[in-house]
Write a protein that binds this ligand. Structure first.
Ligand code: GSH
Length: 254
């Protein structure tokens, strides 16, 4: 009998799909990952789902869009181990923290992209990781056009990058302040708040457990971006969440 695996639509190298991957892996849920290339992704997603952002999770005839909705579904469908605190007050607090990090994610992404998107060959290679060689070649050729659209779409520019850097610092300060007592943002165990905070902040230190690494040697823009954060104590929290809780991939090939 064919197994009905949940199907996760994603970019390999992206923060919001990472929230969904992490939740599924954390709960040991075998799932299929459908990976798309930034740019052409819209042509696949729009006719099928009527939106072009991911993650999108398909399971049992349901289509879940938006990382918060996907994680809520994952939590209800596969409750163990839990990502939502049992205590209602703590649960509300964890969901509020998730929302805050979800809201600042685009600003942080804008700031990071501002520094490393100009490295054409490298950026195209990172986005096309895992695709067939011919696709990588075509993508590298077309990348300057794709990048122009990305810059417009995500409003990538100097002012936005400055705001993004300020918010990144604020977010790193936040995790240091809130995780001092127990090591976690809410209560004394790993929750959706930590999963979201660590995911959104992973570009500041690229923890080795992140499933899509930016290969070395990294171009100047990347190095500059990473150097900016390297002495912030919040990086210890991000690395610890990844090291202690990221777990193994439960992706299956069909
Ligand atoms: N608030 C949404 C944000 C999703 C989002 O921005 N996803 C990015 C990848 S990290 C995306 O799919 N971008 C493609 C596009 O905007 O065309 C969520 O939590 O799922």
């Amino acid at each position: 009998m064919a197994v009905n695996y949940p199907e996760l639509w994603q970019f390999r190298f992206s923060m919001y799909p990472e929230k969904a991957r992490w939740a599924l892996d954390y709960k040991s849920v075998p799932h299929v990952r459908r990976s798309l290339l930034p740019g052409p992704h819209a042509l696949t997603l729009m006719p099928r789902f009527g939106q072009k952002t991911m993650p999108i999770l398909c399971h049992d005839g349901r289509v879940l869009k938006n990382s918060g909705t996907v994680l809520d579904y994952v939590e209800r469908t596969w409750p163990d181990p839990p990502l939502y605190p049992v205590d209602p007050q703590q649960r509300a607090q964890a969901l509020e923290i998730q929302k805050w990090f979800d809201d600042i994610g685009p600003a942080l992404r804008r700031a990071a992209f501002f520094e490393w998107l100009p490295h054409t060959e490298y950026a195209a290679r990172v986005f096309a990781m895992g695709f067939a060689e011919w696709q990588q070649k075509v993508y590298a050729f077309a990348f300057p056009c794709v990048r122009a659209v990305m810059r417009m779409d995500m409003h990538i520019g100097a002012n936005g990058a400055e705001t993004g850097r300020e918010l990144t610092k604020e977010a790193l300060d936040f995790v240091v302040r809130h995780a001092t007592k127990t090591g976690y943002l809410v209560g004394n165990r790993f929750s959706i708040a930590d999963l979201t905070a660590a995911t959104v902040l992973q570009p500041t230190c690229l923890p080795p457990e992140y499933p899509a690494l930016a290969p070395e040697p990294r171009p100047a823009g990347w190095q500059h971006w990473l150097k900016r954060w390297q002495d912030h104590p919040g990086l210890d929290y991000v690395r610890r969440m990844y090291r202690d809780h990221r777990g193994q991939s439960c992706a299956v090939s069909e």
